[in-house]
Design a protein around this ligand. Sequence first.
Ligand code: NAP
Length: 260
Amino acid sequence: MISSPARPRRVLILGGTADANRLARAVANDPRIDAILSYAGHTENPTPPPISWRLGGFGGIDGLVNYLRGENIVRVVDATHPFAAQMSAHAVAACAVAAVPLLALERPPWQRAPGDHWIEVDDLAAAAEALGTAPRRVFLGIGRLQLKTFAAHPQHSYLVRLVDRPRVPLPLPDAEVIVARGPFKVADDRAMLANYRAEIVVAKNAGGDSASAKIEAARDLALPVVMVRRPFIPARETVETPAEVMRWLGHDKTPAERGV
Ligand code: NAP
């Protein structure tokens, strides 16, 4: 708990996830926290948060150190996607240099459940290899930036779900695009996979509930899932929920939140 500082605490939230948006909504209600949400700028229309926000990279570790010092940031919350390994590694390094406490908000990875048929691999190149040589109908729920990995496997037909409509043709000769933003529902994803007659699903192990529908839908339809394990990120203090971040930031509950 913090003792009513004269000025609100300047906090940087590294975003790009539904949890970062949830956290932004929570800090917006605490006048003792002055938080800014940072987006990489890859999504065309990021959800406008109820706090101030910025777009674009910092310019590596040195750029982030300069930003932290220039903006008088006293705490950093890394609420990026678990596969945003470079940004997370930069945050660990920059916060150490600038002596700013860092907390990661990260959902635990999904665990295999009865009925799942997962093929676990270390990266997307291995995922593409795991599809095999015979043509298959593949659902790709991996985002836009790494689709080129699958260009070397043009024998497959791909159903690609993206947040934005692509402005240039995809690097895949046989691909259908669905433009949609999570969270997704299991029934909808089941219908999507069945309508496409998907034979296999490729997913990154993001964890959380925003993108888990496709995994449950694959289980229901007895489809195999090529599951990409999370990349390495240097050790840092980590919590799983926005409520735990709020406690770390010194937020004590308002009477309404305590049910008083
Ligand atoms: P990345 O490879 O770890 O980061 C590449 C560079 O992008 C970073 O070095 C940094 O540039 C900039 N960057 C990344 N996140 C940023 C942020 N929140 N604010 C300011 N700059 C940021 O990241 P990525 O995998 O390309 O992901 C980019 C963004 O998309 C992340 O914010 C992530 O949360 C979100 N996202 C990623 C995935 C995924 O599967 N990777 C899925 C959903 C959402 P500088 O070095 O110049 O600072």
